[in-house]
Design a protein around this ligand. Structure first.
Ligand code: FUM
Length: 606
């Protein structure tokens, strides 16, 4: 058997974005030993791609706000498929988590009287996004990282976990390798928190960085957890479309939150015609009213004007941009125009410094002088590992999940800004849940040598066979997902997609690589592909199984949202032998006092 090093901790947290860091901080605060394992360097987390803000009903700018409205907006944004309890905990606890970040040193933008400033974002009724210019995620990671390091958390950087180990049905460890030299590592532990983020790399145009290869979803699935609602993949409406090398890079929703206007190639402000009937009254009816809202926002004044149509929910704006292009009104590189250059240039640079530099340096466009070209980019997956709301525990004892890799919180469509708050609310809860569980386990659960041997064999196999190049296989997977399970879906396309993925599985199982284990990203991709395959198959099969349109799942053959059966079930997939099984399970039932929030007219504090 190959050599491996061994470490032992009460809890292992996999992933060092916002959720992983917050979970590790909590485990350490509970007096337990925690190992934080990250695939990248510490601080290089996809959390930084949530740029425009963290949603929390602090009511600093709009005093009418409160957790109930945040809860209601979140549920409505998710088209009521959210786990109500997660949405409730999230809305109730987000303000405390933001204040905690502030205490730990996060430097938020301020109102004139010194409170945390909040901006508008799509689907949020009030100005709710606490922000640091357009670098909120970055500031959050910096703050959590400082806090974690001061607390003495042990960090294992550039380390990939390839297998979760179990003693009977319970978690007992995790096996993996260090990316720089390929040396193997065994973590003995009582509990694992997965906080590995999303799956964006299975699509070709994505805001996600290289780490987003569905690791947590794949590991949890292999270990016996179920994945819910995987059909719901969020395409952020505004990614860069030009030049080709940066296609998909995020253009923060903060641009629209600050008044950015979307126009097609004919100069039409097209979002007015895409507002769904049910929410039309929440938005400005004319350009004049939208302008009044922007003026009031800029000058911090009160106004009765409703928010601009560009602040509709992401699913809706992404679809609108897609349709504008399909009908021949797109921009030269397949997007539309997003313009904030009509505002004072110093204000734009102050509010959106990263966007200013991003466009100047990468596209040679000065956003204070002219419009940006933008289009949809795969940004987030609402579905993920099924967890119990309060403790974040999966159905595998000792296995917990938080952040993007967990499902339920966002239903069928996530509101912008709700991911940063999700990370800290449920990161903390997962850390607490894992600590409570670990304390209840007496002694270190046992680990079978044969499981370690299998993990090593699996990792070494690509060196010992002839097979496909992993990069070709990844590209093929991207093309299948783009073509058959993209923004708009149809039965026959998805059937083709499922069949093609089934074929591709053979290539994934046989990818081959040459060279050694040191600095060999092709070898890393061989293992990543297995996790990516789990996500791709789960998305395609789940999407095919839901005959309706809801949130981010848009079917051309079933354009309406079903108010019957499909509004009451989650899609769930799990591993059964070598097969992916799928079932529809009932949504948890919302208690009456919360249901009332959707029935009553606005209350003063709702
Ligand atoms: O547009 C953005 O700044 C992204 C935020 C988010 O995904 O929450």
């Amino acid at each position: 058997m190959a050599n491996y090093e061994t470490h032992e901790h009460d809890v292992i947290v996999v992933g060092a974005g916002g959720a992983g860091l917050r979970a590790a901080i909590e485990v350490s605060a509970q007096g337990l030993s925690v190992g934080l394992v990250c695939k990248s360097l510490l601080g290089k987390a996809h959390t930084v791609m949530a740029e425009g803000g963290i949603a929390a009903a602090l009511a600093n700018v709009d005093p009418q706000d409160g957790w109930q409205t945040h809860f209601r907006d979140t549920m409505r944004g998710g088209k009521m498929l959210n786990n109500w309890r997660m949405a409730q905990l999230h809305a109730q606890e987000a303000p405390d988590r933001v204040r905690e970040l502030e205490r730990w040193g996060a430097v938020f933008d301020r109102t004139k009287d010194g409170r945390i400033l909040q901006r508008a974002f799509g689907g949020h009724k009030w100005k709710r996004l606490c922000h640091v210019g357009d670098r909120t995620g970055l500031e959050m990671i910096r703050t959590l990282q400082d806090q974690g390091v001061h607390q003495g958390i042990t960090v294992y950087m550039e380390c990939t976990i390839s297998k979760l180990l179990k003693d009977g049905d319970k978690i007992s460890g995790a096996f993996g390798y260090f990316r720089e030299d390929g040396r193997y590592v065994l973590f003995k532990t009582k509990a694992v928190v997965l906080a590995t983020g999303g799956v964006g790399k299975i699509y070709s145009v994505t805001s996600n960085s290289w780490e987003y290869t569905s690791d947590g979803q794949g590991l949890a699935y292999e270990a016996g957890a179920d994945l819910i609602d995987m059909e719901f993949v969020q395409f952020h409406p505004t990614g860069m479309v030009w030049p080709p090398g940066v296609r998909g890079l995020l253009v923060t929703e903060g641009v629209r939150g600050e008044g950015g206007i979307l126009r097609n190639s004919k100069g039409e402000r097209f979002m007015f015609k895409y507002l769904p009937e049910a929410t039309k009254n929440d938005y400005a009816a004319t350009e004049e009213e939208a302008k009044e809202w922007v003026e009031a926002t800029i000058h911090g004044k009160k106004s009765e004007a409703r928010r601009p149509p560009e602040l509709s929910t992401r699913d809706n704006v992404a679809r609108a941009i897609y349709i504008e292009n399909k009908e021949g009104r797109g921009s030269p590189h397949g997007g539309v125009f997003l313009d904030i250059s009509y505002q004072d240039s110093e204000r734009v640079k102050k509010k959106l410094p990263s966007m200013y530099h991003q466009f100047k340096e990468l596209a040679d466009v000065d956003i204070t002088e002219g419009p940006m070209e933008v289009g949809p980019t795969c940004h987030y997956i609402m579905g993920g590992i099924r967890v119990e709301a309060d403790s974040a525990q999966t159905r595998v004892p000792g296995l917990f999940a938080a952040g993007e890799c967990a499902g339920g919180m966002h239903g069928s469509n996530r509101l912008g800004g709700n991911s940063l708050s999700d990370l800290v609310v449920f990161g903390r809860r997962a850390g607490l849940g894992a600590s409570t569980y670990a304390k209840s386990v007496s002694g270190q659960p046992s680990i079978n040598d044969s499981d370690i041997n299998l993990a090593i064999e699996e990792l070494e196999a690509p060196f010992n066979r002839e097979g496909k190049n992993p990069y070709d296989v990844a590209k093929h997977m991207n093309s299948i997902m783009d073509a058959y399970v993209g923004i708009f879906r149809e039965q026959k396309d998805m059937e083709t997609g499922v069949a093609k993925l089934e074929e591709l599985k053979k290539d994934v199982a046989n990818v081959a690589v040459k060279g050694g284990k040191a600095y060999n990203p092709g070898w890393h991709l061989c293992r990543d592909l297995k996790n990516m395959m789990v996500a791709a198959e789960a998305i395609a099969r789940s999407a095919l199984s839901r005959p309706e349109s809801r949130g981010a799942h848009s079917r051309l053959d079933f354009p309406d949202t079903d108010n019957g059966k499909w509004s009451t079930v989650n899609t769930s997939v799990y591993k059964d032998g070598d097969e992916m099984k799928l079932e529809h399970t009932p949504l948890p039932v919302m208690p009456d006092e919360l249901k009332e929030l959707f029935e009553e007219k606005e209350k003063a504090h709702a």
